[in-house]
Design a protein around this ligand. Structure first.
Ligand code: NAP
Length: 304
């Protein structure tokens, strides 16, 4: 029996593990993929206190080593179900069952897809969700970015320095991403903005060759690109938790700044909870809070 099981080894989950281990709790971290979560794909982190520049990989690896050195167990298994037996929480993975007094759900979020034909089949053959990971494959080629948030703007800006031409396709005529990034993009000679349009077709012959975009007025255009970077937001990875804790309409676990869910002894940390600002620093902050709350719960210091 563990004191605390943490589901997810991203910045929120690993920070929770640090706090729980420093309180001498027996901790298991379960991770379905690899440690680090989405930050591992970030080329350069510039907005985390103290380090002016650090790669996502280095950040995640340092954090992982810190957690291992503190004595947390980390097992790579996908959680498929959780049962709340009140005094204990049972966590079922594809391979095993584990029990704990308290749980922290820190599963983060995954890329939202466009949902068009061939999108999945063309991943790695022209379709990508990570410009900093895959941009270098498109040196001097034409690519498109789809989306209107900070990720799409930053991806487009990053790609303008690598590729021949970047088309930025957005479904509206206003971006929700930062104006400062947009202004930098407007200064780039190899940028073309395409507004009020959706990508409606991927044309490929083994690899992506062109995309069809459809304007709100119904007109269509074919653009020859070898790469399509899809940056249309993220979806919380809470699909196994809907029966356990309350989710909002977008699938985020409902919790306030104290990271308590509606279920006693189950806490949430990071991008998969309802919150205003989803950043690395707020994910680690959540990890600290969720662990502190879980420790108080185990020590009978929370009165519900
Ligand atoms: P986001 O802010 O949710 O933006 C998603 C964009 O994709 C929106 O412009 C949306 O259009 C569009 N979209 C959604 N579904 C679509 C679909 N099916 N087809 C076409 N377009 C679609 O996502 P994000 O850019 O990944 O950012 C996520 C969070 O991380 C945000 O809070 C963001 O500020 C933050 N972030 C911060 C930084 C930074 O601080 N440096 C960098 C990256 C991300 P509409 O606008 O029409 O809804």
């Amino acid at each position: 029996m563990y004191d605390i099981i943490i589901v997810g080894a991203g910045p929120a989950g690993l920070t929770a593990a640090i706090y729980a281990r420093r309180a001498s709790k027996k901790v298991l971290v379960l991770e379905a993929k690899t440690y680090g979560g989405q930050i591992i794909n970030t080329l350069d982190i510039e907005n985390y206190p103290v380090e002016a520049h650090i790669s996502g990989f280095d950040f995640a690896t340092k954090l992982y080593n810190q957690v291992k050195d503190l004595g947390a167990e980390i097992i790579y298994e996908k959680v498929v179900d959780i049962k709340d037996n009140h005094e204990t929480k049972e966590v079922i993975t594809t391979k095993n069952k584990y029990a704990a007094k308290a749980l922290i759900l820190a599963t983060g979020s995954e890329n939202r897809k466009l949902g068009i034909e061939n999108e999945n089949e063309l991943i790695g053959k022209g379709v990508s969700y990570c410009a900093t990971c895959d941009g270098a494959f498109y040196k001097k080629k034409n690519v498109a970015v789809v989306g209107g948030g900070n990720t799409a703007l930053e991806d487009a800006l990053y790609l303008t320095d690598i590729v021949n031409k970047v088309y930025l396709i957005h479904r509206r005529d206003e971006f929700r991403g930062a104006e400062s990034t947009l202004n930098q993009l407007k200064d780039k000679e190899n940028m073309e903005f395409i507004y009020n349009s959706n990508v409606t077709k991927l044309n490929a012959n083994d690899k992506l060759e062109s995309i069809e975009i459809t304007n709100k007025d119904g007109s269509k255009r074919i653009i020859e690109v070898e790469g399509l970077f899809i940056a249309v937001g993220r979806i919380p990875e809470n699909e196994n938790f809907g029966k356990l804790v309350k989710l909002d309409n977008s699938g985020y676990i409902i919790a306030g700044e104290n990271c308590n869910t509606n279920v006693r002894g189950i806490f949430v940390a990071g991008d998969n909870r309802t919150k205003e600002v989803r950043q690395l620093v707020t994910a680690t902050s959540d990890g600290a809070i969720a662990a502190t709350e879980a420790i108080k719960f185990i020590n009978n210091e929370i009165t519900y």
